[in-house]
Write a protein that binds this ligand. Structure first.
Ligand SMILES: Cc1cc2nc3c(=O)[nH]c(=O)nc-3n(C[C@H](O)[C@H](O)[C@H](O)COP(=O)(O)O)c2cc1C
Length: 203
């Protein structure tokens, strides 16, 4: 046994994507998130995707239990998802635009992060945001998801938003940009990433 730190060449980078489309494997947002993860894999990261719609996520009922005890009264899948977020070096939040906002699946999950947000439990991690839309709201949803990442203590390296206008090839056309975003995210884990505006906000 040795106390020597693990050399960087053996460092395992873990990147976790959480996506909020109810259309699971038919989802264009999921496909776009997969491209971002592929870019991170090319840079050496291990990646994982969570389809929020497949999990038991009870809406927050504002009981204040988490504030008083640190533990949510609902024994569903959220604690396990937060544990996986803590294990990751980077978090991706991805959602289609529903009525110019994130999907209900994503918002119900975000509301359950209130305690994690109060204590910025993901401080030191990096992240990015992804949205797809027919036409409207994509940039706003990316900005909102990056704001949520900041609330959690995560520094965002950016985001990608695709308005498909009903063109089924629009997501595939965005693959190069998505791969680049994934590489930037992995690079942030390896080399750090500084954004004074976000750092000031977090402080
Ligand atoms: C309930 C619902 C609301 C939507 N709201 C909007 C909207 O406000 N603006 C828009 O341009 N597209 C809207 N769309 C279209 C989706 O954002 C778009 O098809 C998205 O790419 C679907 O992503 P997915 O394939 O990952 O599920 C909506 C779709 C649904 C089902």
């Amino acid at each position: 046994m040795t106390d020597n730190p693990v050399p960087e060449m053996y460092m395992v980078m873990k990147i976790l994507a959480l996506h909020g489309s109810p259309r699971t494997i038919q989802s264009g947002t999921r496909k776009l998130a997969g491209f971002v993860l592929a870019g991170s894999q090319d840079a050496g990261a291990q990646t994982e995707m969570i389809d929020l719609t497949d999990y038991r996520i009870t809406p927050c009922t504002a009981c204040e239990g988490c504030r008083l005890t640190g533990i949510c009264i609902y024994d569903d899948d959220v604690a396990g998802i937060i544990a996986r977020m803590k294990e990751a070096d980077a978090i991706i939040l991805a959602s289609p635009v529903y009525v110019d906002n994130v999907t209900g699946q994503m918002k119900v999950f975000i509301d359950r992060l209130a305690d994690a947000i109060h204590y910025q439990v993901l401080t030191g991690k990096y992240g990015c945001a992804i949205a797809t839309t027919f036409e409207s709201g994509g940039n706003d949803v990316v900005a909102y998801l990056n704001h949520v990442l900041n609330y959690l203590g995560v520094i965002s390296v950016g985001g990608i938003s695709i308005a498909t206008q009903g063109n089924s090839g629009a997501i595939d056309a965005a693959e190069p940009d998505a791969l680049t975003l994934g590489k930037i995210l992995a690079g942030a884990i390896l080399n750090g990433y500084s954004d004074p505006v976000q750092e000031k906000m977090l402080a």
